[in-house]
Design a protein around this ligand. Structure first.
Ligand SMILES: Cc1ncc(COP(=O)(O)O)c(C=O)c1O
Length: 424
């Protein structure tokens, strides 16, 4: 039998072979050998509703009955646009895309077109997709100057040398650092892009006052402010980070939970900015699979579910029980570390004290106990817990719960984790 090449991951270390999943249902997945796991990977965040949700299945079935086609607009595309606008109030106009990377690439292109400027300002640790416009300084701590500007460093080989020339990186949650960079590159910055809650740094929230200051600064300097809500969108009450913080960006990118596991993404924003796009303007974004019928129908069902009363009650009840339970385990076993969660996604910071004042990407990078982290993930597998090990060298991975997770799942998880903490 053919086996994929081995990787140095917790899975291969534990099972001596890659993990293949056979099927999934609700909050559980089963591997090819029939072993069952409680799933905290949740499709890298796409799975807010659990696997195999009957309403999403039914929606896909309806799309199949109509003939699965793409590249035609339907009344459902209009309905989806309206729903997205309701959840993400910044989106007076919306365009669909297939992946979060496409959405951020398009939003950056539109902001360049609107402002006539080239540079993109991003924040250290934040991730916005894998393209050459933006994949910098997610996976490492860069060299910072005294003002908090960080030397731009690509996260992959194969980028053209000059790709980094149009990216400015600064440390997050520090308005002076941002102000300094904006003055240094005055008139050159097209957009500031950020994750309002950076789940790509584990679970690192923007401070509300900071976001308000960023908003003011961008308005003053005529810079397009983009909230990348690819992960945080729909994750917490009342649905988007822009509503959660009460700060409205100029543009928003969305993906993952809006499609519940089907490939769909979107970007949107103020009408005057989005009017740069053709056929009104001269900026082009398009794709063969964009607006495929089946993901569109599924996304409508997903967003309707998230907007129903009680949806976030369940998320918060289950989430709080798990996050508090993990903190209790650190205390009970006398280990340094904590859990941080907002709504349906969370991260476990092994080795990092739970402080508010100095909690940031650099502190985590310096203190994160990677060997404890690795051990935890490895010990989860034989105990039927699926915590993936994509933690970068500097930040923990983000995990998630879904509406399919039950109190029984959480109790089971905490009991099995207690057993793991005894091994530390
Ligand atoms: C915040 C954020 N933006 C953009 C992306 C890219 O999305 P995709 O993997 O769908 O291209 C991701 C992916 O994890 C993400 O977390």
């Amino acid at each position: 039998m053919w086996r994929a090449p081995r990787r140095d991951s917790a899975i291969t270390q534990c099972w001596k072979q890659p993990l293949y999943i056979d099927h999934a249902d609700g909050s559980h997945v089963w591997d090819a050998d029939g072993k069952e796991y409680i799933d905290y990977h949740t499709c890298a965040g796409a799975g807010l509703y659990g696997h195999n949700h009957p309403r999403i299945r039914e929606a896909i079935g309806r799309a199949m009955d109509k003939g699965f086609f793409m590249n035609f607009d339907t009344a459902y595309h209009v309905e989806l646009g309206k729903l997205l606008r309701e959840v993400f109030p910044s989106c007076e106009r919306v365009r669909l895309a297939n992946t979060g990377s496409e959405a951020t690439q398009a939003a950056i292109r539109v902001s360049r077109s609107f402002t006539g400027r080239d540079k993109v300002l991003k924040f250290e640790g934040h991730f916005h997709g894998m393209h050459e416009n933006i994949w910098f300084n997610h996976n490492g701590v860069g060299k910072a100057d005294e003002y908090g500007e960080v030397e731009t460093a690509a996260d992959s080989e194969g980028f053209p040398q000059n790709a980094k020339d149009s990216v400015v990186n600064v440390v997050f949650n520090n308005i002076d650092a941002l102000e300094h960079a904006v003055q240094k590159y005055k008139g050159e910055i097209a957009c500031v892009i950020l994750e309002p809650i950076s789940f790509n740094c584990g679970c690192y929230e923007a401070r509300k006052q900071y976001l308000e200051q960023v908003r003011e600064l961008c308005t003053r300097e005529k810079i397009i402010l983009i909230f990348d809500e690819v992960v945080c969108g729909l994750r917490m009450r009342p649905g988007s980070a822009q509503k959660y913080y009460g700060v409205t960006p100029d543009m928003t990118t969305m993906a993952k939970a809006i499609g519940g596991g089907l490939p769909i993404a979107a970007f949107g924003g103020r009408a005057d900015i989005m009017n740069c796009l053709n056929p009104i303007g001269k900026t082009t974004v398009s794709g063969t699979y964009t607006g495929s019928y089946m993901p569109v129908i599924a996304a409508i069902e997903c967003i309707k579910m998230a907007m129903e009363p009680g949806f976030y009650d369940q998320i918060e009840k289950i989430g709080n029980k798990l996050y508090r339970g993990i903190d209790d385990l650190f205390a009970k076993h006398g280990k340094k570390g904590h859990c941080r969660g907002v709504g349906a996604r969370f991260a476990i910071y092994f080795g990092v004290e739970n402080t508010e004042d100095d909690f940031d990407f650099r502190k985590v990078a310096a203190e994160l106990d990677r060997s404890m982290y690795k051990k935890f993930v490895t010990e989860c597998l034989p105990r039927g817990l699926w915590f993936h090990d994509t933690a970068g060298p500097v930040s923990p991975a983000h995990y998630g719960i879904t509406i399919a997770h039950t109190e029984k799942d959480i109790d089971e998880t905490l009991t099995r984790m207690d057993d793991i903490f005894k091994t530390f």
